[in-house]
Design a protein around this ligand. Structure first.
Ligand code: URA
Length: 204
C-alpha cells in the first residue's frame, strides 16, 4: 500500500468523502456542528498528522488546528522546520462534539462509537494521501489508526505499525500539554517536541 502511487482521482475522492461526511448520520454530531472540518494538505504528503476532533475555533472556521491546541502544534511544526507542503493535517473525528455551559460550547471527548463512525473518513484520507508515515496525536487518533484496545500511555514516543505496514508515531495531544500544571508545561512541551522530531526522517 505504502509505495503505490496515489489514486489518480485522489482529490476528487477526498472532495466526495468530505461532502458525504457533511451529511453523515452515523453519530449525532454532524447535525450539531457548524460544519465538517476536513483534513488539509497535499495528496502525496509524506507525513500525515492526526488529531482528535475539531474544537470550537476549528468548527467555526472549518479548518483543523486553528484553536489554542492547534496553535501549539503549529508552533512546534515551525520549530521543527517541517515544511507545510509535506504535511497533511487532519482529525480522527470530523465534527465538533460539545455541550453548552452557559453561552460557551465545551469540548467533549468523542467516544469509541463516534470515532468508529468517523473511521471510514480517516481511512479514505489515508488511502488518498498515501503518506509514508502518520503521527497520532493522542489516544483518539492512536486508537482510530491502530485499534481500540491500544494503551496509548505505554507507547508514547514510539513507532508502531498498522496491519497495512504504515508506521504510526504515537505522541501526546497538544491539548494535554495545555491542561498540564503550568509549572510542568515547558518540560512536557519539550519532551513532546522531541517525540515529534522522531518523524523528521520521513520528510525530504
Ligand atoms: N484542533 C484540531 O483540529 N484537532 C484537535 O485534535 C485539536 C484541536
Amino acid at each position: 500500500v505504502r509505495n503505490a502511487p496515489p489514486p489518480v482521482n485522489a482529490r476528487t475522492t477526498l472532495d466526495t468523502c468530505q461532502a458525504l461526511a457533511t451529511r453523515c448520520s452515523q453519530c449525532a454530531h454532524a447535525a450539531h456542528a457548524t460544519q465538517t472540518v476536513w483534513g488539509e494538505g497535499p495528496i502525496g504528503a509524506p507525513l500525515m498528522l492526526v488529531g482528535e476532533q475539531p474544537g470550537d475555533r476549528e468548527d467555526l472556521e472549518g479548518r483543523p488546528f486553528v484553536g489554542p491546541a492547534g496553535q501549539l502544534l503549529r508552533a512546534a511544526l515551525d520549530e521543527l522546520h517541517w515544511p507545510a507542503e509535506q504535511l497533511y493535517l487532519t482529525n480522527a473525528v470530523k465534527h465538533f462534539k460539545y455541550e453548552w455551559r452557559g453561552k460557551r460550547r465545551l469540548h467533549k471527548t468523542p467516544g469509541q462509537r463516534e470515532a468508529m463512525a468517523c473511521q471510514q473518513w480517516l481511512e479514505a484520507e489515508v488511502r488518498a494521501v498515501q503518506p509514508k508515515a502518520i503521527v497520532a496525536l493522542g489516544a483518539t487518533a492512536a486508537r482510530s489508526l491502530l485499534g481500540p484496545d491500544l494503551a496509548v500511555s505505554d507507547h508514547e514516543g514510539l513507532w508502531l505499525h498498522r496491519a497495512d505496514g504504515l508506521p504510526v508515531l504515537v505522541v501526546r495531544h497538544p491539548a494535554a500539554i495545555l491542561r498540564t500544571d503550568p509549572a510542568m508545561q515547558a518540560a512536557l512541551r519539550q519532551r513532546w517536541v522531541e517525540h515529534l522530531r522522531l518523524a523528521s526522517k520521513v520528510l525530504q
